[in-house]
Design a protein around this ligand. Structure first.
Ligand SMILES: NC(=O)c1ccc[n+]([C@@H]2O[C@H](COP(=O)([O-])OP(=O)(O)OC[C@H]3O[C@@H](n4cnc5c(N)ncnc54)[C@H](OP(=O)(O)O)[C@@H]3O)[C@@H](O)[C@H]2O)c1
Length: 295
């Protein structure tokens, strides 16, 4: 029998690539839910919409993730990233459905000199409102309903990101847009991460939900770079030469504190018998090659 899978945030970066990956798997009926179909902050609407569709699996990609804005809108951040997630976990428990939820590398706060990626067993140390609200969301799922996959990921970019508002657009699309404007660009060179293509994350997620190895996972592309190195590589691949300057986090002085090092290890994936994702450079090269928008 076909499994029914509801995807919340279906028109977001990850949601769009998840829909494509799930639709490739013919034994699934996919129910795409955008914010106009169902707002996760409306608990009753969420319960009734999900109950009507009675999905076997609910995948939640919705989040309030404009990191700096979360600092001044903490109630909204906690509502979307924690309380609504708790409600989802309870609804899933009542329906007997598996819940997939996404979290962030920002739950860690690696020191600048750290060189060892964080495993799922490492103790989180979130430093921003966004990161604290996302960690609260993780705990809300893990304590409310055991049949879950909580997936921490990092530095997402995907094809839907090209069409999002300036405030929500991915780093890749923001950089390419700014380069087009011809203005000088400043990018921080003291925060290390792993850029991750949503198309790769979505494909791995489809493999993961085919197992019953519930739990906490780190899923990112492999390797690492600073945001500045990420920009250098994407401009090289796109064949554009903007006036690009490396700056420190102190010089950038953003409202929210971000980790200097938040590279993730993939131990849980390995234990589940699943292969790691390709390198961030290969994934970025595919993205730039496949990108339809002129730069
Ligand atoms: N982006 C990153 O670099 C990054 C890094 C680490 C972890 N993550 C996590 O990965 C997940 C997916 O991120 P993404 O980049 O795919 O985000 P995205 O492109 O912004 O997609 C999120 C989707 O959720 C929708 N949404 C927002 N609030 C909602 C609500 N209250 N009810 C229902 N839908 C709502 C959004 O709709 P609107 O656009 O109409 O608001 C959008 O379609 C999130 O959990 C995020 O925290 C992201």
């Amino acid at each position: 029998m076909k499994k029914t899978i509801a995807v919340i945030g279906a028109d977001g970066q990850l949601g769009t690539d998840l829909l494509a990956a799930l639709e490739d798997a013919s034994d699934q009926l996919v129910v795409p839910l955008t914010i106009s179909d169902m707002n996760v902050c409306d608990f009753e609407q969420t319960r009734s919409t999900l109950m009507v569709n009675s999905p076997d699996i609910v995948i939640n990609t919705a989040a309030f993730h404009r990191v700096d804005e979360c600092e001044t809108r903490s109630e909204d951040a906690f509502l979307t990233n924690a309380a609504a997630v708790h409600n989802l976990a309870r609804v899933c428990k009542d329906m007997g459905s598996t819940l997939v939820h996404f979290s962030t590398d920002y739950v860690f706060d690696g020191a600048p000199d750290r060189a060892l990626p964080f495993s799922e067993d490492d103790r989180p140390d979130p430093k921003s409102v966004y990161a604290i609200s996302k960690l609260a969301g993780e705990y809300a799922v893990r304590t409310a309903w055991e049949r879950h996959f909580v997936v921490r990921t990092c530095g997402l970019y995907g094809r839907a990101g090209a069409y999002q508002s300036n405030a929500s657009r991915s780093f890749v699309e923001t950089m390419l847009g700014l380069a087009r404007s011809g203005k000088p660009l400043k990018v921080v060179n003291d925060q290390r991460l792993t850029p991750t293509a949503t198309v790769d994350l979505a494909a791995k997620l489809v493999e993961l939900i085919g197992t019953s190895a519930y739990g906490l996972y780190h899923i990112t592309n492999t390797g690492s770079c600073t945001w500045y190195e990420f920009a250098v590589e994407l401009f090289r691949l796109a064949g554009v030469k903007p006036d690009l300057q490396a700056v420190t986090s102190a010089q950038w002085n953003s409202p929210a504190k971000r980790p200097a090092y938040s590279v993730l290890r993939h131990d849980a994936l390995r234990h589940a018998g699943l292969a790691p994702l390709r390198s961030w450079q290969e994934a970025l090269a595919s993205y730039i090659e496949g990108r339809q928008v002129d730069v």
